[in-house]
Design a protein. Structure first.
Length: 184
C-alpha cells in the first residue's frame, strides 16, 4: 500500500492527473485520521469531512509539487489542514467582538488537543510563526509531530536528519514554544 501511494504521489507530482485522482481513495482514511487529530472537539466549526476535502483541494492545486514519499505528502497535508483550521479560527474571531484574543498560558500543554475553532489554535499558530523566525526546522518538527501525527523516526526521514536530532529539536521547540506562548 505504501509503495502504491508513493508511486502515485511521484506520478501526480509529475503532472499525471489520473494518478492524482486515483490517490484520494487510497489516502482518504489517513487524511480523515489527520483531520480528526487536528479537530478533536465536536464543537468545531469545520467538520472532519469538510477539512479533508478542503485539504485535498489545496493539494490538487499544488499538484506540481514533488512528494518523494507518503511521509512527505502527509506532512504537507497536515500543514494544509493546520492552515485551513487557522484561517477558519481567524474568520470566527474576526466576527466576535472585533476578534480580540485572550492569552492562554496553558495552550502548549494542550497543543495536541487544541480547540480547532478557538483562541488556543490562533495562539499556537502565532507561536509557531515566531518559532519559524528562530528555526524553520523546529517549526517543521512541531508541525509534523503535533499536526501530522508523525513519529520522530518518520520526521527524521522527512528532514534527512537523525532521530536523535529530531528528539533534541522537539525538546528545544517545546521549551521555546512555552516561552513564546507565555509572552503572547
Amino acid at each position: 500500500m505504501g509503495q502504491d501511494i508513493t508511486e502515485l504521489l511521484q506520478r501526480a507530482g509529475a503532472g499525471d492527473r489520473p494518478a492524482l485522482d486515483a490517490l484520494l481513495p487510497l489516502i482518504y482514511a489517513e487524511l480523515r485520521k489527520l483531520a480528526r487529530a487536528q479537530r478533536p472537539d465536536a464543537q468545531a466549526t469545520i467538520n472532519t469531512t469538510a477539512l479533508v476535502h478542503e485539504a485535498y483541494l489545496k493539494l490538487v492545486d499544488q499538484s506540481r509539487l514533488s512528494w518523494p514519499d507518503r511521509r512527505h505528502f502527509f506532512a504537507y497535508a497536515a500543514k494544509a489542514m493546520r492552515n485551513i483550521l487557522v484561517d477558519n479560527a481567524r474568520r470566527r474571531a474576526a466576527l466576535k467582538h472585533g476578534g480580540g484574543q485572550q492569552r492562554d498560558d496553558d495552550a502548549l500543554d494542550r497543543v495536541g488537543v487544541v480547540d480547532a475553532g478557538g483562541a488556543d489554535l490562533l495562539l499556537v499558530d502565532q507561536a509557531l510563526d515566531r518559532l519559524a523566525a528562530i528555526s524553520d526546522r523546529l517549526r517543521d518538527v512541531v508541525e509534523m509531530h503535533v499536526f501530522g501525527g508523525l513519529e520522530f523516526k518518520e520526521i527524521a526521514e522527512c528532514l534527512e536528519v537523525t532521530e536523535r536530532t529530531v528528539f533534541r529539536d522537539w525538546r528545544k521547540a517545546r521549551a521555546l514554544l512555552e516561552t513564546l506562548l507565555v509572552t503572547a
